[in-house]
Design a protein around this ligand. Structure first.
Ligand code: NAP
Length: 297
């Protein structure tokens, strides 16, 4: 397939680009800088210059494409206004195409709110983290648009070696600082390795019916305290004391969206396993941390 991706240089997007190129798809990707274009070139994707903040400038330049995968987000700016404007321009342009392109929209685990001991599935009503509530009407538009084949993927918390959501733990442990945990060490995160998640995007692209949503969770819920201590141990901390950071402090540092790190959640990836044949391979994050010699994968 000829696939156009938004966010192809990101944590999720780069893994997806590599996975799809490896499966023989032809990749085109939006690049907002020369550095992003060079990264895409290295991954054998053709860069298309443009910014999600100004979609009209590049939408008309898209040639024949069979699918679009949207994984772009700038967490520093007005995510809601940017995404709404992007979709206002992109959806009608895709809907006007004769071949009914596939469109995969990226939601996220934080749309399900804190679940406690329950395990959320795709049938669980959304209770979004306020900073990401704007995503719900956006993904509903994608699923309702009959002129495209809309699919939504909700990634769990994404890690890759010492990177992604494990990055803060790894950096603190490597520098000999107490490993920071937001809220409480009992908080559970649903987890997925970026390579497993990329495999799910590829399967959804190739096999999913339109109108479907899939949760990309390889591990339903894993205590952040255990992850943080695993990093402390690996870097030889004399004691494994953690630094508990308040939700307000993390929001002040990164923005309101970062409150999601305090959500105690469990999510199931069973639907993707059952319907798409997804077989995530990274199921033991604690063991991986212990065995790793460091760095992103
Ligand atoms: N990471 C997770 O654990 C997780 C979990 C659930 C859901 N999600 C969702 O998944 C999506 C991607 O997350 P991520 O972690 O992969 O993010 P990321 O690593 O920060 O990557 C963001 C991507 O978006 C691109 N981008 C940002 N602003 C842009 C702009 N104005 N114009 C063009 N491209 C732009 C970046 O390009 P540059 O190379 O130019 O910076 C990069 O490729 C987000 O919507 C996020 O909410 C993430």
């Amino acid at each position: 397939m000829r696939v156009f991706v938004l966010g192809g240089t990101g944590l999720i997007g780069a893994a997806v680009v590599r996975q799809l190129v490896g499966r023989g798809h032809e990749l085109f990707a939006l690049a907002r800088s020369d550095a992003s274009a060079a990264k895409l070139d290295q991954m054998a994707a053709t860069p298309i210059a443009g910014n999600i903040e100004a979609p009209e400038a590049w939408i008309a330049k898209l040639g024949r494409i069979d699918a679009v995968i949207h994984m772009a987000c700038d967490f520093n700016t007005d995510m809601e206004a940017i995404d709404r404007r992007l979709m206002d321009a992109l959806l009608p342009a895709l809907a006007a195409r004769l071949q009914r392109p596939r469109f995969i929209y990226t939601g996220g685990c934080w749309l399900y709110g804190a679940t406690g001991n329950a395990i959320a599935s795709e049938r669980t009503p959304f209770r979004p983290l306020p900073a990401f509530a704007w995503m719900v009407p956006q993904l509903e538009r994608v699923l309702a648009c009959k002129e495209i084949r809309g699919i939504v993927i909700h990634p769990a918390m994404v890690y890759a070696g010492d990177g992604g959501v494990f990055g803060r733990f790894a950096r603190a442990a490597a520098e000999g600082r107490a490993v920071p945990v937001v809220g409480s060490e009992a908080v559970r995160w649903p987890l997925v390795h970026s390579e497993d998640l990329a495999d799910l995007y590829a399967l959804a692209l190739e096999r999913s019916a339109s109108g479907e949503s899939y949760i990309g969770a390889a591990v339903d819920g894993f205590s952040v305290g255990r992850i943080a201590r695993a990093f402390a141990r690996r870097f030889g901390a004399r004691n494994e004391a953690l630094e508990i950071i308040s939700e307000d402090a993390i929001a002040a540092e990164f923005g309101e969206w970062a409150r999601g790190r305090a959500l105690d959640q469990q999510l199931s990836g069973d639907k993707a396993r059952r319907e798409l044949g997804w077989v995530p391979r990274h199921l033991d994050p604690e063991g991986e941390i212990a065995r790793s010699s460091g760095g992103p994968d």
